[in-house]
Write a protein that binds this ligand. Structure first.
Ligand SMILES: NC(=O)c1ccc[n+]([C@@H]2O[C@H](COP(=O)([O-])OP(=O)(O)OC[C@H]3O[C@@H](n4cnc5c(N)ncnc54)[C@H](OP(=O)(O)O)[C@@H]3O)[C@@H](O)[C@H]2O)c1
Length: 281
């Protein structure tokens, strides 16, 4: 079996590549950087606008990078494949009514990309599945848990706003990679999008506390009054360090972002692990 993988160097993609290879797949992966081949893995240098040397046909295409770019590439696919599995995001619903215009734009782009993907797949007689992870962790380079862990490890403490008790479902990259392979041979998953939450639902504050408890020296969690935290975040943004800490994002820390794993469990036995942060987040 042959696979073409976009975003194979990313958090989820890096977990997917060894799974594919261990299962005997021949993988061609595309990256904007030059990367070294390995048995069962050939890297092509390029991106979703331009890439030379793509195979004419594969058994499956996996997209582990930006869904809107992939959907655009796939509109006129230079590679034939009967099966397409693409990662989107639960942001498609979480951010659709955000007060922040950029967040609303992102949700609209994701929704448009999903629709385009399904339409193109249908037009080419292919079957597509979209997987929408919640908050991803486990590769040590996500923008939430790993980032907080790095900050806390450096400073010995981490501030969060008081009342940050909205529920979260952090999902491990390996569970997502397993899901991407599990859907392949399940007809029920064709033409469908699935939320992929983690195996535990916990308040944001508890998620952070558990992350810090896994770090050497157990950095302190410091709860600041919301306006004070918002001021610090605004200062960090001005200094170019506070990306993702906008007002809408801070307000959302009080909101529950909970998704139903039921459809994924029913269709492809999705069984993600409970939240187990390691040292690196
Ligand atoms: N991280 C999360 O919390 C989260 C949550 C929900 C959904 N998702 C979705 O899940 C998918 C994978 O997420 P991830 O966190 O594993 O991604 P990631 O670590 O950011 O990596 C994505 C990979 O895609 C490639 N890429 C990025 N921008 C690109 C561009 N403009 N053109 C072409 N290639 C590009 C990069 O590969 P090269 O540099 O090698 O080219 C990168 O390594 C994405 O669709 C993401 O939106 C992520």
């Amino acid at each position: 079996m042959r696979a073409l993988v976009f975003g194979g160097s990313g958090q989820i993609g890096a977990a997917l590549l060894p799974r594919l290879r261990d299962s005997g797949w021949e993988v061609v992966a595309v990256s904007r950087e030059a990367r070294g081949d390995a048995p069962g893995l050939r890297w092509l240098r390029g991106d979703l606008a331009r890439c030379e040397g793509l195979p004419a046909a594969v058994d499956a295409i996996f997209s582990c990078g930006p869904l809107d770019h992939f959907a655009r590439w796939y509109q006129d696919p230079p590679v034939q494949a009967p099966r397409v599995v693409a990662f989107g995001s639960t942001s498609v619903s979480v951010k659709q009514d955000s007060a922040d215009r950029d967040e609303r734009d992102l949700a609209a782009r994701l929704a448009g990309a999903e629709q385009a993907l399904f339409a193109t797949a249908a037009a080419h007689g292919a079957q597509a599945t979209v997987l929408r992870p919640t908050l991803v962790y486990g590769a040590g380079r996500d923008q939430t848990i790993a980032r907080m862990a790095r900050f806390a490890a450096r400073r010995g403490w981490l501030p969060i706003p008081s009342g940050a008790t909205g529920l979260r479902q952090p999902v491990h990259v390996d569970d997502l990679a397993a899901a991407a392979m599990a859907v392949l041979d399940v007809p029920a998953t064709q033409g469908r999008a699935y939320a992929l939450p983690g195996g535990e639902t916990l308040p944001f504050r508890t998620m952070v506390a558990r992350t810090l408890a896994a770090l050497p020296g157990k950095p302190r969690l410091v709860e600041l009054p919301s306006p004070v935290f918002a001021m610090l975040a605004a200062g960090a943004r001005l200094a170019g360090r506070g990306t993702g800490l906008g007002r809408s994002a801070i307000a959302r820390l009080r909101e529950d972002l909970v998704f139903d794993a039921g459809p994924a469990r029913a269709d492809f036995d999705y069984a993600p692990r409970a939240f187990q942060p390691r040292r690196e987040g």
